[in-house]
Write a protein that binds this ligand. Structure first.
Ligand SMILES: Nc1ncnc2c1ncn2[C@@H]1O[C@H](COP(=O)(O)OP(=O)(O)OP(=O)(O)O)[C@@H](O)[C@H]1O
Ligand SMILES: CC(C)(CO)[C@@H](O)C(=O)NCCC(=O)O
Ligand SMILES: [K+]
Length: 262
């Protein structure tokens, strides 16, 4: 079985793929001081809890935080005797090569999203991911990642207001019914929610204009459902898009490099 690991700047997600479906998904905070032993303690405790005994033989990692990769490599090697594929490293090939400015270190999560979305929907896509950052990944007709947009994430924007303004409390995102808030919390919620609705609409419209073609908008990330329920901004909503992309990239590398006998 395959263990797929997606390390974002806020959360790290482990999912076990049995070849047909994800049999479990576990989430922890991203922390570069976490050791291989500590990942295993956390992971095996949850596997015990769910009474799952997966036969993990392969590991793939996508990490937006370069510093965590070392300990995850040690984790894969020590506990599963596996040499992980790491997205963005030269030995991890992508189904389609990205077309961006030379020297650009594209976020592995964006490459993975592009591969996962192309596998499910074909080309000419905008993938919107509501993570620590809100990213837009543009996928060309042939499935290549060709660039996109990076905006601050929803929770980051809420936190920034609280941090910078003495009188503004920490507020959780919600979809307000009205635009005009009649208290401080409602005013902030309105600014963030409707502000992001506008941001998503405007950026997608401008990408379609610039590309001069029809494009499908696929959304993922924790807050995508909130925007979809209220405003129907996306053509598809897929909570497992990054994990799916990891299985696609893993399979692609397996198919082109058949395992040795012996
Ligand atoms: N209704 C909601 N209100 C507030 N937070 C929410 C809500 N629904 C989901 N979330 C949050 O969304 C987050 C999951 O989002 P996701 O995994 O896409 O991004 P992330 O972990 O924040 O970012 P990254 O992947 O960059 O680490 C979780 O932290 C969860 O608490
Ligand atoms: C934009 C984030 C933080 C989103 O997770 C990540 O993809 C990243 O660190 N990207 C590097 C820069 C780039 O993608 O162009
Ligand atoms: K993410």
């Amino acid at each position: 079985m395959l263990l797929a690991i997606d390390c974002g700047n806020t959360n790290t997600v482990f999912s076990v793929w049995d070849g047909t479906r994800f049999i479990c998904t576990m989430r922890t905070c991203t922390n570069h001081v976490r050791t291989a032993d500590s990942y295993f303690t956390w992971f095996s405790t949850l596997l015990d809890h769910y009474q799952i005994e997966p036969d993990i033989t392969e590991v793939i990692i996508s990490s937006s935080v370069p510093r965590v990769v070392y300990n995850l490599r040690v984790f894969a090697d020590r506990f599963y005797d596996a040499r992980p594929l790491v997205v963005g490293k030269p030995d991890c090939l992508l189904p389609q090569n990205p077309r961006v400015d030379a020297g650009t270190a594209i976020g592995p999560d964006r490459l993975v999203n592009a591969a996962g979305a192309f596998d499910r929907h074909g080309g000419d896509l905008i993938v919107v991911d509501f993570g620590t950052a809100t990213t837009f990944d543009v996928v060309d007709t042939d499935g290549a990642y060709i660039g996109g947009v990076i905006a601050p994430g929803v929770n980051l924007s809420l936190e920034a207001l609280h941090m910078a303004a003495a009188a503004l409390p920490h507020v959780d995102i919600t979809s307000p019914e009205k635009v005009v808030g009649t208290n401080t919390v409602a005013c902030i919620q309105s600014g963030i929610f409707w502000g992001y609705v506008g941001l998503v609409r405007e950026i997608c419209a401008r990408i379609k204009d610039e590309r001069d073609r029809k494009m499908k908008i696929v959304a993922t990330g924790g807050l995508a459902p909130l925007f979809q329920q209220s405003e129907n901004l996306f053509d598809a909503l897929e909570s497992d898009l990054t994990m799916h992309g990891l299985t696609v990239i893993h399979q692609f590398n397996k198919d082109i490099i058949p395992p040795h006998d012996s």
